[in-house]
Design a binder for this molecule. Structure first.
Ligand SMILES: CSC[C@@H](O)[C@@H](O)C(=O)COP(=O)(O)O
Length: 371
């Protein structure tokens, strides 16, 4: 990706996943070390790539998709096959392996399938490699454009001086540039607007504390970190005019999987009469899932609750823990789903299909809201 001369935080972070200059490895900013350390990891093997996604060194649905696309291009160069058919078979095996690293964010399999489809459309291995290279870069560049369009639409939902509550991290680190839920806030800042952002810390892995407050604070956007169980109070105090969250998978009826705790925020927002918006690219919409019940929910290691990030254990070793990484927010609690094609409103079964029809027709989503 192109490096800016004097990057803003937004531009700087847009390079957090990239290919090495010779294209033989993927470099990621290790998100598990933020905000204390800025460390980059170089990924060359399938195992390193799988682990980086599984361990959340790279995370956030669109960023996982971008990283996996780069990963597959790097792995494709390591395939030794005599025929295009054998090459494709090995590529599919690598893609299946990467796709199994995290089940909920559909962007992962979406990006890998896009890479496989483009390879399958070629007739020689050399053409496959060239096409794979172009495709992973296109996936990254398209994400920047999608986030920018989402930011424009999202910004129409809020006004200068508003208080916004967000959960987990859906900023540049979770995407490419701008982010989804945080995109309107970065864009508004560029236009001289001021928002008061309340960032849920987001237990158990603290993406809100470690990543969201870092991104916003470094960008000069007013941010207040709160524990997850304080969201009700700040809403009751009248400090929140809208909730903006990202998404890992949106079902055809609008039910939305996002970081565990998101559905609780939506329920609170409904109680206090605050609009609750989901912001995400169409690559996160999965029409093959009829409802949220069809979305696979990742279960993670209970030790993340009991001791991760703490020097001392926080519970006895024998204590049982339940650690789902995501929950599903019922579509009835969602005021709008902001995509790069515009703001979908209920009934989502219709508005999401309209978005897909536009996408299939190859129309650009920027600059208007036809929904
Ligand atoms: C634009 S990112 C959207 C979601 O991926 C984000 O809100 C989220 O839940 C991330 O979870 P994570 O487990 O950190 O990958």
């Amino acid at each position: 990706m192109r490096k800016e001369a004097n990057p803003t935080m937004n531009e700087y972070l847009s390079d957090h996943v990239h290919l090495t200059d010779d294209g033989t490895a993927v470099v990621i900013l290790d998100q598990t070390q933020l905000p204390c350390r800025t460390e980059y990891l170089t990924l060359r093997t399938a195992q390193e790539m799988f682990d980086a996604i599984r361990l959340l060194q790279v995370r956030g649905a669109p960023a996982i998709g971008i990283c996996a696309a780069y990963d597959l291009y790097v792995l494709a160069q390591q395939v030794s096959s005599d025929t295009p058919e054998a090459f494709l078979t090995q590529l599919r095996q690598q893609a299946d392996y990467l796709a199994s690293s995290r089940p909920t964010a559909v962007n992962l399999s979406w990006a890998l399938n896009r890479m496989l489809d483009i390879a399958a459309a070629q007739t020689s291995i050399a053409d496959m490699l060239s096409a794979l290279h172009r495709e992973c870069i296109a996936i990254h560049e398209e994400d920047i454009a999608m986030c920018r369009a989402i930011s424009e639409y999202g910004l129409t939902l809020i006004k200068d001086g508003d208080g916004i509550l967000t959960h987990c991290n859906a900023g540049p680190l979770a995407t490419s540039r701008y982010g989804t839920a945080l995109g309107p806030l970065f864009l508004g800042k560029e236009r001289g607007m001021h928002f008061h952002v309340f960032s849920d810390e987001t237990r158990p892995l603290l993406q809100g504390a470690r990543l969201t407050s870092y991104e916003l604070s470094r960008a000069g956007i007013d941010v207040t970190l709160i524990c997850d169980n304080m969201a009700s109070l700040v809403m009751k105090n009248g400090w929140i005019q809208a909730c903006f969250v990202g998404c890992d998978r949106v079902a055809a009826n609008g039910d939305t999987a996002n970081k565990i705790g998101t559905s609780g925020v939506a329920i609170l927002a409904r109680h206090y009469g605050i609009p609750f918006y989901v912001l995400g690219p169409t690559s996160t919409i999965d029409l093959s899932c009829a409802t949220g019940a069809d979305i696979p929910i990742e279960q993670r290691d209970p030790e993340e609750i009991k001791q991760k990030f703490y020097a001392e254990p926080m519970a006895l070793p024998e204590v049982k823990c339940y650690n789902p990484a995501f929950d599903v927010t019922d579509q009835s609690l969602i005021s709008g789903i902001v995509t790069e094609y515009g703001i979908c409103r209920a009934p989502y079964t219709e508005s999401l299909r309209t978005v897909f029809a536009q996408k299939t027709a190859g129309q650009s989503g920027e600059g208007r809201n036809p929904l």
